[in-house]
Design a protein around this ligand. Structure first.
Ligand SMILES: *Cc1c(COP(=O)(O)O)cnc(C)c1O
Length: 493
């Protein structure tokens, strides 16, 4: 046990003696180089075993009774090996395994290994990535990643943004920026109008509420048969709302909806937004990185065509922890004009902006709700630099083709399918000769989940239960898709 806090008066000598004792008592916080190497090796062995087991292991394991157990904290130190066993058996053993190639539900993530190395190094060095003055290298590196993404979507070189924890935060920042840019005051929120479709991600509704816009009017613009926003309805609705004295200020389009991977007609929406002076935000959290696959060939041309107009958006949300296969914890918001982003989030007088020398970067802390933050750019930089871009492009193209293959093959099995997949998500369901189709398809999902080798999820669209295939994990290959097709064939036979 440590001494209690000393109370004066004490001689300097006795104070020094107490301080020395406390220094000794706390030395386990700062192990030497050899221990660092030992710990790192132990974690490395664990990581290699974890990844090796993925090939044959389940993508999903249902919770058992009384799981998970609690994780009490105690005064006594524990061995890393024992704690790794606890992690494996008590934390990782149940629920979804997002690192598995069998994860075909929701929007799968990734977990490519360089992410982990980047996080490790970011944690060891603990660079302060919130302010240029404190971490000029870290901030420049993060901003260069943001500028690379801006280039990918076709934004000008002056565009910037912020690395966030994920797409939800990116959308929230974008919406706060739109409100700021459009000068929507709290007093007129009830007249302000936001346009989305029924298929917009729920985090946009969350962001509207958190961003103080809950009392604004949210219009669900009708969609075409492929779940894409109908621009004719959009322009009509905007005109009607203007004529009625309302203040249309924001359209949220999706470049890859979660349910079906649909891409709204971005070019037409951009034209409408620029003609009416409305802020255009694109939620490309899921779909954005498929732009990397648009690098030639017929498929590339079709893909570029689908994304045409994204470069005219005012802001974009994009998730490296989806389409770049990084581990959870990295999204990004990109803005054409950094001005309103800064005005909405800076915390000192904005005169700071003009005093920046040309060589300096804006402070990420002035472009986001966060102040102190994880140096989260390192994971992305390390991954892109260690692997190079080509394997990312190949993996994204593979995912697109796997989804196309599944869409055709599952139809051949007698399933009803949704629209031709635009990206790597598609919906399908089986219509049994008798009984409630919704009930049948709900049971089918449960059966697949109970088997657990692959994981699929379902959705309800216009009252109909559909199964979804979402291919985005870098470890998902033909083998997993064939397993699911075989399983489905047996299940409906
Ligand atoms: C995943 C997703 C989000 C939310 O992003 P998080 O990273 O989960 O916070 C938003 N929009 C779309 C289209 C998504 O697929």
């Amino acid at each position: 046990m440590t001494d209690s806090i000393p109370t004066p008066p004490r001689s300097l000598d006795s104070l020094r003696a107490s301080i020395r004792r406390l220094e000794l008592d706390s030395r386990d916080l700062d192990p030497g180089p050899e221990t660092i190497q030992t710990w790192t090796r132990q974690v490395g062995v664990f990581a290699a075993e974890f990844v090796a087991d993925l090939e044959s292991g389940p993508a999903f394991k249902a919770l058992e009774q009384n799981q998970p157990q609690h994780f009490p904290i105690s005064e006594t130190p524990g061995s890393l090996d024992a704690l790794l066993v606890e992690l494996r058996d008590k934390v990782l053993a149940f629920g979804l395994n997002p690192a598995s190639g069998g994860h075909l539900g929701y929007i799968p993530g990734g977990g490519i290994v360089p992410t982990a190395l980047g996080d490790y190094l970011a944690a060891i060095t603990n660079q302060y990535a919130g302010m240029f003055f404190a971490g000029p290298g870290a901030v420049r590196l993060e901003h260069d990643l943001i500028r690379w993404m801006c280039q990918l979507v076709g934004f000008p070189t002056t565009a910037l943004g912020n690395l966030t924890s994920g797409g939800s935060m990116a959308n929230l920042i974008a919406l706060a920026t739109a409100r700021e840019a459009q000068k929507v005051r709290a007093a007129e929120i009830h007249r302000a109008v936001i346009y989305v479709t029924e298929q917009v991600h729920h985090c946009v509704h969350k962001a509207i509420r958190i961003g103080g816009m809950a009392e604004s009017i949210v219009r669900l613009v009708p969609m075409d048969g492929a779940f894409r926003l109908d621009p004719v309805h959009l322009i009509q609705q905007i005109q009607t709302d203007r004529a009625n004295g309302l203040r249309p200020f924001l359209v949220v389009a999706s470049a890859g909806t979660t349910d079906t991977g649909s891409i709204d007609p971005l070019d037409e929406i951009a034209r409408i937004c620029s003609e009416t002076g409305i802020w255009m935000h694109v939620d490309a959290a899921y779909g954005g990185f498929f732009l990397l696959a648009a690098d030639g060939g017929d498929q590339g041309r079709i893909l570029s065509e689908k994304f045409r107009g994204i470069e005219r958006a005012n802001s974009i949300a994009i998730d490296p922890h989806k389409g770049l296969f990084l581990s959870y914890g990295l999204g990004a918001v990109l803005v054409q004009d950094v001005g309103p982003l800064h005005r909405a989030h800076h915390y000192r007088a904005s005169y700071m902006q003009d005093t920046l020398r040309a060589t300096e970067e804006l402070n990420p802390a002035d472009l986001s709700p966060e102040l102190t933050k994880h140096f989260r750019g390192l994971r992305m930089w390390l991954a892109l630099r260690m692997v190079g871009l080509e394997p990312f492009r190949a993996a994204l193209k593979e995912k697109l083709l796997l989804c196309q293959l599944f869409h055709t093959a599952v139809r051949d099995l007698g399933f009803e399918v949704g629209p031709q997949p635009e990206l790597s998500v598609c919906i399908y369901r089986f219509i049994p000769t008798e009984g409630d189709p919704n009930e049948f398809n709900r049971r089918l999902v449960e059966t697949i989940q109970r088997d657990g080798r692959v994981f699929v999820s379902s959705t309800t669209i216009s009252g109909q239960v559909w199964l979804r295939l979402a291919v985005l994990c870098f470890r998902t290959h033909l083998e997993e898709i064939d397993y699911l097709l075989d399983f489905l064939a047996r299940a409906v036979r």
